[in-house]
Ligand binder design. Sequence first.
Ligand code: GLU
Length: 315
Amino acid sequence: MKPSKKSAARIRYRGRFAPSPTGELHFGSLVAATGSFLQARASGGQWLIRIEDLDPPREVPGAADRQLETLAEFGLMSDLPVQRQSLFRARHDQALERLLQAGQAFPCACTRKDLPPDGIYPGTCRSGIAAGKTARSIRFRVTSERIRFSDALLGPQEQTPALQCGDFVIRRADGLVAYQLAVVVDDAAAGITQVVRGADLLDSTARQIMLAQALSLAAPEYLHLPLVVDQAGRKLSKSERDDPVRRYPPAAALRLALRALGHEPPPGIGSVEGQLAWATMSWNLAAVPHGPVSIDVHGSADRDYTPEGNADQSI
Ligand code: GLU
């Protein structure tokens, strides 16, 4: 669904929120959703919700609908029809085929236990699969290039995929397209101009920029919002059903999320609509914390600048 030249020219800003339907929305997702929504609104742009249903084994039945309902209770509604990435299989396969044809991807026979403990792919099947072995996954052939980009919140970044992970999986052994490829293809197809998401995905960004380059797609800008951690400094996780926001009255939960983003509305503004309107008017990236924030549901959101907080790469 490539935007036509005409509509692409009209899009000044298009952002998105792409939850995986693996459980209830927790405060971390609410902060990411609210931050990306406000950034889109404050930029006079559009905001898309895209359900990242790429991993059926991890999907919780009904979770996507519950996430959409929860987002709607916060006034966070997609300006465009909600997308489901599982429906875009054909274009994911096309991208895979194109990379294989160009020699920028290759079949790999390795299992997890064939990899060294640091998880960095040693290049085993780069120049072909050893006799007697069968292809399992498809990997993207990374170059040794150091990727530089400027995060709209965190500033200049440098990452070298060859040193971070080496050639990485773009089609899994179970035949499913990997997140890294699908996100690049689907962001480009939807005309996303800026990806605003949690800082746990900062480490994936160079891989995604490299993939976009290999597919001749324009890479969006990136903005990584602070990660929400629990009082022990642990990243919240949907699959562990941490702090589902549905347990809290929406106006109170939104206030906590906005506080975590450095934008707590004055006490007189109580409603969800009022808070969102205030935050849209007041949105200022300089007020958004750079490091992980912990949300205390009993009332406080504290900044907590532990750099280790960003280490978890799981998505
Ligand atoms: N699906 C990921 C999540 O739930 C977000 C992926 C992205 O924004 O690129 O955290």
